[in-house]
Design a protein around this ligand. Sequence first.
Ligand code: AGP
Length: 608
Amino acid sequence: MCGIIGYIGQKNVTEVLLNGLRKLEYRGYDSAGVALLEDNGIEVVKCKGRLAILEEKLTGNCFGGRIGIGHTRWATHGEPNDSNSHPHLSNSEKIAVVHNGIIENYLQIKEFLVSKGYRFYSETDSEVVSNLIEYNYRGDLIAAVTETLNDIEGSYALGVVCTDCPQQFVAARKDSPLIVGLGKGENFIASDIPALLAYTREVYILEDREVVRVSSESVEIFNLLGERVEHEIFHVDWDVAAAEKGGFEHFMIKEISEEPHAMQQTLWPRLQGGEVVLENSEALLAAVADCHRINIVACGTAYHAGVVGKYLIEKLVRVPVEVDVASEFRYRDPLVEPGQLTIIISQSGETLDTLMAMREAKRKGSRTLAVVNVVGSSIAREADDVLYTWAGPEIAVASTKAYNTQLAALYLLTLAFARAKGLLDTASYLAYQEELRLLPDRVAEVLAQKDAIQKFAAAHFNAKSVFFIGRGLDYALALEASLKLKEIAYIHSEAYAGGELKHGTIALIEPGTLVVCPLTQEALFDKMLSNIREVKARGAVVLAITPAKYAAAVAQTADAVLTIPDMDSLFSSAAAVTPLQLFAYYVSLMRGNDVDKPRNLAKSVTVE
Ligand code: AGP
């Protein structure tokens, strides 16, 4: 996934583009570049590496232009290097393009353009767009862009400038997010809201297959048939501080620290007068009452939340739940049919695998419910129903508070569904709601153990391989804890069902191997303790995370114990994950890694 930005107005365009790219760098940071429309043509400055390197190259250059586009890249086609960086110029150097997405038929287009005498200087798919626009250009930029969009297949968010029209630029989107920022005597485009918050709170959220002509005084949106399209202005009510570090060293530790508040925002407004009240949920609950199967589809951390959801929904709603990673779900001709509910979980609401999986479920007649954090995102807008997680902006690439709030949303849905099916008596319904109301404070209590977690991380930050084992909901939790360590500490780790270890993988346990065990499920406590003894017998070092009431018993076997407040074990994952997120954070720090922008990753993967 990449970040794109564009500006036309009276401000210093380089400054506006760099400010915006700083807020988009979490979307990809392999390279960065800008294209500035100057009197003597298009000035392209771009390079491999972080945005700071581009800023250095731009320092001292006095570009007077008032229109430009910028890009920060997560490499898909072609390694991170200067020539593969965006923007890409057309052969005549009249047109420059920035692109987020994948052009699936780029090789055929490239072949055609080469046959017409065009030359290419990069390995990217995006470079064909600039030359195809040039090939289609006969004096009307938006017409040339529209014709090009009808020729290409794949996903795109595009910004296009042309030397023939210094009073406007053109942009377009399909499957990759793009918004238009509305100013006074100036207008913007960007991949995401944080890039524009410093300048405007009024935006248009472009829909798929829309193309927009932007000047300093006007924004005209068209569909690919050339018909004008009207949009409602979306007012962004985020506070700017929410998208900043706010005094924390990293976004990740800030976002972990925000978990109690994020859980509160997600839970409390929906626990009203003894009822779980989900906005606009009448039709959803009516559908669930007759629902015979639920699918849960997501990627990465969101998928791990879905595994927790499976355990909960099957236990209380008594409906079979199939949970799958989106990239597998959409290609296995899934057994989806009308009468089913497909829950789509996504922090960004833009993950292309997840978006396409949702479309596949809809195509097969399933009702779709999105559990999403970013308001107005593609998945949120296309689903039949939406339940927002109110985690606030999550900037760190490694998801933390969003995961906790995804669990909170799944807890609410489980109770609402069970009640809708008449499976939850009032006493249990009220007791579970009380548990949810207390969750934010319980997560806050766990955060108070930061020092103990940091100390344990200091003893193990050089581990070669780490195992996370658990049973039931603790196994689901182990999946997420393992991903956190892999993606920010770059340590190989594996999550394993505690009862499965003895069927082979225990062969990998040797003296000193670190094994981390969430141990919160009452019914599985003794079995899990036996698994801890099994690995201890082979020399493992064991860190257990367990409710306070079990700490003494567990401490007799485990080498270290972190506790969570005593609570109903149905909901303990949302508290037990926090120490595991902190563990990964501190290990990553001690290994000198970039915690917020880990290598090879991007915050939301809008390519397949
Ligand atoms: C989470 O730490 C990862 N960065 C990644 O796995 C992420 O969860 C996944 O890409 C899904 O993103 P989404 O929730 O925005 O759809």
